[in-house]
Design a protein around this ligand. Structure first.
Ligand code: MN
Length: 384
């Protein structure tokens, strides 16, 4: 049985990973469940999956669970316990399904402990793609993408020489505001932003999908996973979300991966890799499919994608700045404190105030993340 650690087990990808495991219970053993602060759901997961360790990053959530739980699972608490949770010897695969920059440190620890990474935390590659891919080579660790588009690339590359890639065609649903103008979006409400047309996901990534920041993060993620220049990563809006991405090869052939919009499929693929194992997940029905359409993204309205190409090409600490400003802005938006389009203003202003540092070490990225957050917060004060 493969032993698994799930970091971020109570979130959207975490719970879907547990559902995949539930459907393949003879093959996987959950050794570690780690969450931020949802002690009630974590407790239910402990009772169902009986992990050796369960971790809550948040101290008070840890105290709550600790005081009422009496069972065989060892309960640990605090940020450091969370960071160290994937280092347990017997663990083979670590699913990184936590949100945001906070995923970087535990992922570094897991790689240094020689664990296969099923990577759902794209921010790790956005801010530290160069360091992480180098580290993974050094420790001979596989990074298996769980993001649906990157899982599509991964599958399209099966048996192909990566050198024969001409272009990555990264598909995007376009989100709930596809076709809208800046004027239309001036008063976009939270519930409109959260009403994603094709995917059911966590709140942060759903806002990122509406702003196309998510697609920008995915462009940078793809660059590091497949070592393809930004000029050869083309975002294609495909509202039906059936083609999950495509690769154009040097002979002009294009290979695409198609499936339903169900994250359990890329999770299932990553957990079983290199084998393709049968699943009882929903199938595509070609008689129900009306049409598959493709269009150009609107970079002037959805500036998040444009920013991502710019900071990605610049490299250094700038992707960290971009990501930190976005995380702050999205959290403020979700609290109803700023308007949707102000997310872009905060990102743009934060980037313009910070100085890019080339060839950063991990410590530089941790520092830049903190400082960019402070900068973004001070810009927020001015906007209010
Ligand atoms: Mn994706």
């Amino acid at each position: 049985m493969k032993q698994i650690a799930i970091l971020g087990s109570t979130g959207s990808i975490g719970t879907q990973t547990l559902d995949v495991i539930r459907r393949n219970s003879s093959e996987f053993q959950v050794t570690v469940l780690a969450a931020n602060s949802n002690d009630e759901l974590l407790e239910k997961q402990i009772h169902e999956f009986n992990p050796r360790f369960a971790v809550l990053s948040d101290e008070s959530a840890y105290q709550r669970l600790k005081s009422r739980y009496s069972g065989a699972t060892e309960i640990l608490g605090g940020r450091q316990a969370f960071i160290d949770s994937a280092t347990v010897d017997e663990i083979e695969i670590v699913v990184t399904s936590m949100t945001g920059f906070a995923g970087l440190e535990p992922t570094v620890k897991a790689i240094k402990s020689h664990k296969t990474i099923a990577l759902a935390n794209k921010e790790t590659l956005v801010v530290a793609g160069e360091i992480i891919t180098k580290l993974a080579r050094e420790y001979n660790v596989k990074i298996l993408p769980v993001d649906s588009e990157h899982c599509a690339f991964f599958q399209c590359l099966n048996g192909e020489n990566p050198k024969s890639i001409e272009k990555l065609l990264l598909t995007a649903s376009g989100g709930p505001f596809r076709g809208k103008s800046r004027e239309d979006l001036k008063h976009a409400a939270i519930d409109q932003v959260l009403a994603h047309p094709t995917w059911n996901m966590g709140k942060k990534i759903t806002v990122d999908s509406a702003s196309l920041v998510n697609k920008g993060l995915e462009v940078i993620e793809a660059k590091w996973l497949y070592d393809v220049d930004y000029d050869r990563i083309q975002v294609v809006v495909h509202p039906q979300s059936i083609v999950h991405s495509m690769i154009q090869f040097c002979d002009g052939s294009i290979i695409a991966q198609l499936a339903t919009t169900d994250m359990r499929l890329p999770i299932h693929y990553a957990l079983h890799y290199p084998n393709r194992i049968e699943s009882d997940l929903p199938r595509l029905d070609f008689w129900q499919m009306k049409d598959l359409t493709f269009e150009k993204p609107d970079l002037e309205t959805f500036r998040g994608l444009k920013f991502a190409y710019e900071v990605g090409k610049a490299g250094g600490t700038l992707p960290t700045t971009f990501n930190a400003a976005n995380e702050i802005a999205v959290a403020e938006f979700l609290k109803g404190r700023i308007k949707f389009l102000q997310i872009y203003d905060i990102i743009e202003e934060t980037i313009s105030r910070r100085t890019n540092k080339k060839n950063p070490a991990l410590e530089d990225l941790y520092a830049e993340d903190l400082e960019s957050r402070e900068t973004a917060k001070s810009i927020l004060e001015k906007l209010k």
